[in-house]
Design a binder for this molecule. Structure first.
Ligand code: P6P
Length: 338
């Protein structure tokens, strides 16, 4: 029986896809794989081990930190640091970036930006959550401590990006710019096995993911788009279907597999939207583009945006190319001001 290959075997077989890496990027991905296994372990027993619930502190976003948020953050930092491949890390859970300021780390080539547990408010109700990561080469002087500029790079400069979804199964999806590949975790063996080779977003779809509870705050273009998707028109397969889990990784993964669009627009309560450019939108944009889809802020390609600060928020329209372009059409028509 032909078995599926493991993530480690895949990386070795496709080493040519990481030509610049000389093994560092492979080691980096394997440390993310290890941290993912540990977080998965904690999430699967969360209800039993009393580690769900609030940690009593708030993160830089002013959001109550769930115990698992903090645990996931610590696990990824310690695992990534231990392999010596990165010189620093920035995380949704920390106000500033962390510089691993020792000689071994200062000579490292990469930095990682991470949302260690996205959708964590869903943990207590057993809904899928995820980890999102983005990897860049450092641009500051090698051999010195990492600097803010290493993290404020446009999405075009990513060398790899991916997510783990802790759902009915735990899946690691990543790209290094040579297609998108998914690996499903087998807890009985403790390995991730290739389950989705060269994932491609369907040419179109009929699922839209948006929190319609914020309707009154939406720009007119989004309101008109929602009116359009809900009209009856067999020729364009409408009305579309609304699916919104409230966990970006889960909504993104379903839309990637089945076809759909995820929208988190700006609104009066969130003037730049809610999602963070560096460790949510850029990595997801890299993945969706590699899968043939599109990601913009309603006007501009996400990966072309020039980051100004670590926790910068941007409006996010992401999914099938054709669906995103229709939504952009409504934004340009009704909100030409951008
Ligand atoms: P709302 C989770 O906090 C998150 O960042 C995404 O995972 C999710 O899609 C979104 O926020 C949900 O936000 O405002 O609809 O609850």
């Amino acid at each position: 029986m032909q078995r599926h290959i493991t993530l480690g075997e895949f990386i070795i077989e496709n080493q040519k896809d990481f030509p610049y890496a000389k093994g560092e990027l492979s080691a980096l991905l394997s440390s993310i794989r290890l941290a993912g296994k540990m977080v998965n372990q904690e999430i699967n027993k969360a209800g039993l081990a009393e580690i769900t619930g609030k940690f009593g502190s708030e993160n830089v976003q002013g959001e109550a930190q769930m115990k698992l948020d903090v645990l996931a953050n610590d696990l990824f930092i310690s695992t990534l640091k231990s392999r010596g491949e990165i010189c620093g890390i920035a995380s949704e859970e920390m106000e500033d970036f962390v510089a691993f300021d020792e000689d071994m780390h200062n000579d490292a080539k990469y930095v990682v930006l991470i949302d260690p547990l996205d959708g964590s408010s869903n943990i207590d109700v057993n809904v899928s959550v995820g980890t999102i990561f983005s990897i860049y080469r450092r641009i500051s002087k090698p051999g010195t401590p990492v600097e803010l500029e290493d993290f404020l790079q446009p999405g075009n400069e990513q060398v790899a990006a991916g997510y783990l979804i802790y759902g009915t199964s735990t899946i690691l999806v990543f790209t290094t710019g040579n297609g998108v590949h998914g690996f499903t975790y087998d807890p009985g063996i403790g390995s991730f096995f290739l389950s989705n080779h060269n994932m491609q977003a369907p040419a179109t779809g009929k699922i839209y993911s948006i929190n319609e509870g914020n309707y009154v705050h939406f720009p007119e273009g989004v309101k008109q788009y929602l009116k359009w998707v809900q009209e009856l028109d067999e020729g364009t397969n409408r009305p579309f279907t609304s699916r919104y889990i409230g966990s970006l990784v889960a909504d993104f993964h379903r839309n990637l597999m089945k076809g759909g669009i995820y929208i988190y627009p700006r609104g009066t309560t969130a003037p730049n939207g809610k999602l963070r450019l560096l460790y949510e939108c850029n990595p997801m944009a890299f993945i969706i583009e590699q899968a043939g889809g599109k990601a913009t802020d309603g006007y501009t390609r996400i990966m072309d945006l020039d980051p100004k600060e670590l926790h910068q928020r941007v409006p996010f329209f992401c999914g099938n190319k054709e669906m995103v372009e229709v939504a952009e059409g409504f934004m340009k028509k009704h909100n030409p001001e951008g």
